[in-house]
Every structure is written in C-alpha cells, then in structure tokens.
Design a protein around this ligand. Structure first.
Ligand SMILES: Cc1ncc(COP(=O)(O)O)c(C=O)c1O
Length: 407
C-alpha cells in the first residue's frame, strides 16, 4: 500500500460521489437486496444504536456478557415469534445472514447423519431452494438432490418421497421461495422427514418476518414454523423483512442439544479455550444490537402495521398485472414477491424498458421473466410502477441480453 493521507473532506466527498453512482437504496427502485422499512423513525433508531456499538466485538461472551445477553434475547424473541417452546439453554445463534444460517444448519445435519452411521449425507431440497444449500453441499461434502417443483412451483411431495434414501440427512422446505414466492408444503415435507427419522429445515429467510404478521392480519397461512411436528431447524433473516442492517440472521433448532452441535471448540494453541457458534471469529455486534432495538421498538404491532402496507401494495400490483394481456404471475405467491412470465411477450425486453424508466427489475430464468420483491418503500410508488409496467409492455424493444444473474 502506498496511500498518502488525504483529508477527511476528500475521503467523504469521494465516497459520496461513488455511492451516488450506484442505485439509491431508499428510492424504492430496487427489488430485493435491500429492504428499507420506509420509516425514518426506525432508521434513526438503527443509526443511533449502530453507532454506539460500532467497534464492539461479539466474539467473546465472557468479556461482553451484556452484549451476549442482548444477542440471546434476539434469538429468544425470534424463537417466540416462530413458536419454539422456550427452554433454559439456547435455541440457536445469530449469524451474518441467511447463507451462514443455512450453512450452520447443514453442518449440524451432517453431524446428526454421521452419528446415525451415514457416510455420504445428502441434502434433499426443492429445485427452487437458495444456492446456499448447494454451497453447504460444496463446503461440507454433502450431495444436493433437487426435488422437482409441481405446477404451482412448490416442492412436489410425491417426488420427494421417491428421492428419500438411506443417505438423506435433511429435507428442505421454503417458507417461501426466492424465485417464485411459493410456499412449499411444509407440513407434508416435515411429516416425510419425521417418518424417515431425518431432519427438516424450513428456509424462512425471506418469510420469517412476513408470514407471522400476515397471520396477525387474519390472512390464512398454512402452518410452517415450529408448530409443525418434524420441523427441526428454521433460518430467518432479520436483515430482510426485519429491516435490520446487513449482517443479521437467526438459525433456530427445535432441540437445545442440536444448537450446541453448531459450536466449534478448540484449545490446542496456547491461548486457551476458543469457542464459536458459527463461522465467524471476530464479529460485528452492531447488527445484532440493531436487530434487538428494532424488534423491541416495532413489536408485533409495528411489524404487523408495516406488513399490512406491504400486503396492500402487493395486492394492488397483482391486480394491475393480472389485467395486463400477456403477463402471468407465476404460481401462487404467498407474500410480497411476484415472479412474472409470458408466452407472448419478451419480458426481458420489458425489463430493459423498465430499466430505462429507472426501475431495477430482476430477471428470472425459470420460467423466464421478471422478479419483483416489494419492500415497504414501494408502497407509495405502486401507481407509478403499474403505469411504467403498462408503458413498458406497450413500448419495448427486443431484449438486449438473455443473461440472468441473481441480484
Ligand atoms: C429464501 C432465501 N434463503 C436464503 C437466502 C440467503 O440469504 P443471504 O443473502 O442473507 O445470505 C436468501 C437470499 O435472498 C433467500 O431468498
């Protein structure tokens, strides 16, 4: 490094200029990736809390016992939300995100399978499952077996039944899936897992902070959480619809002993016992404490209010899209996520036209189309979005690229 010092002003102005080259995260023109709450009071609270824990390290619970207690309260509040029976010990851990939560669950499931004598453990997951399961397979030497989807883009239970074999360590169910917003038949998949004495991981990374509040609103939601017998793990991201800054997810286990299986212990190095519940060593405390603050501040009532806004915005968007000739909503999305497909229109061309109007709509490859995941900031912009989708459908060119990248 041969960086000569520059002034504070120069640092700030360069970063401000460079940040402005990327999309504005608060403008409501992005779908997924960022989840602004649309509430200035919430963001102000986060900023204040974040700053006061900016340099803390969540690594050593003995050195920062109060920080550790705050983290355990985040886990406990999330566990309560998902109807896990309260216990003395701990239910899981806070991780850096959905991927790390899934990795830790798959690691525990590998250990449980190995304890049953399985030497080549498999993950049986819907074809719509997040790449984190493939990553877990790659990291931990587990084979990923895909469950085909049914005509509603949900995991096909009959096909899953055919694919279960003596090496299956865990069956995965989405509540709900990223590509299509589809709710897998969790009760049936969990029952299949239980019948075979294996685990069932529910991926509620997106749905975990949406579905409970939809239920509060009186919307009928099939059971998917710890109320379902056979569900052994749930991953739920606070940094998505919990509106926390990036770096906050929770992995929960039904059984305390399984949560302990996550912890890695080592003492052969000259500085004593070292123990961590997940992949990270030194770990940012600020996202954990910000999660605690948001959950306390919004409470069930606040989250439910925000979810009502999301549901209303999704319903308006859905009705408008249903009325457009040539565009279909894929499957039966349960939450604020619409995948769009078409047999007559070049939806990637429509996506390019939306891009020209300032909307960063994501692309799906299967079925080919667009992917719109709503945040509360989209609610006031729904009429504009609908008008622009209509305009883009009426007036677009052939797509400039067929490339689909997760974004
Ligand atoms: C269903 C689902 N699971 C897991 C993840 C992974 O989460 P993260 O990006 O926080 O690692 C995502 C991310 O979008 C997701 O949609």
């Amino acid at each position: 490094m041969n960086q000569a010092p520059v002034s504070r002003e120069a640092v700030l102005s360069e970063l401000e200029r460079r940040r402005s080259l990327d999309p504005d995260i608060h403008a409501g023109r992005l779908f997924g990736l960022v989840y602004p709450s649309g509430r200035e009071d919430v963001e102000e609270l986060i900023r204040e809390v974040y700053e006061s824990f900016l340099f803390h390290n969540a690594l050593n619970p003995l050195r920062f016992p109060e920080l550790n207690a705050i983290e355990r309260e985040v886990i406990q509040m999330t566990a309560d939300l998902l109807h896990r029976t309260p216990t003395e010990r701990h239910a899981g851990s806070v991780t850096s995100g959905g991927t790390e939560s899934i990795l830790m669950s798959m690691l525990v499931n590998r250990a449980r399978a190995q304890a049953r004598g399985i030497t080549a453990p498999e993950i049986l997951a819907p074809a719509s499952a997040h790449p984190a399961y493939a990553k877990a397979g790659h990291y931990f030497g587990m084979k990923l077996v895909q469950i085909p989807l049914d005509e509603h883009f949900r995991a096909d239970v009959a096909a899953a039944r055919e694919l279960v074999n003596p090496n299956t360590a865990v069956i995965v169910a989405n509540a709900y899936s990223y590509p299509h917003g589809a709710m897998d038949p969790v009760e049936e998949l969990a029952a299949l897992a239980a019948e075979n004495g294996i685990a069932c991981h529910v991926d509620a990374c997106i749905g975990g902070f949406v579905l409970p509040f939809m239920e509060e609103l009186g919307i009928e939601i099939p059971l998917w959480d710890f109320r379902v017998p056979g569900v052994t793990e749930i991953s739920v991201d606070i940094h998505k619809y919990g509106f926390a800054p990036k770096g906050s997810s929770v992995i929960l286990h039904r059984d305390d002993d399984w949560a302990w299986l996550q912890t890695y212990f080592y003492s052969e190095w000259g500085s004593g016992l070292y123990a961590t519940p997940a992949i990270a060593g030194a770990r940012a405390a600020a996202p954990v404490v910000a999660s605690w603050a948001i959950i306390k501040y919004l409470g069930i009532e606040g989250f439910t209010e925000i979810t009502a806004t999301l549901v209303e915005a999704t319903n308006r968007l859905r009705s408008a899209i249903d009325a457009i000739d040539g565009i279909d909503v894929v499957g039966e999305p349960i939450g604020p996520l619409l995948a769009l497909s078409s047999s007559t229109l070049d939806l990637f061309g429509v996506g390019d036209a939306l891009e020209a109007r300032g909307w960063h709509a994501n692309r799906n490859s299967d079925p080919k189309g667009l992917h719109l995941m709503l945040s509360p900031v989209h609610a006031p912009l729904i009429d504009e979005l609908i008008a622009d989708i209509r305009g883009a459908v009426a007036n677009h060119q052939a797509s400039t690229s067929d490339e689909v990248r997760y974004s």
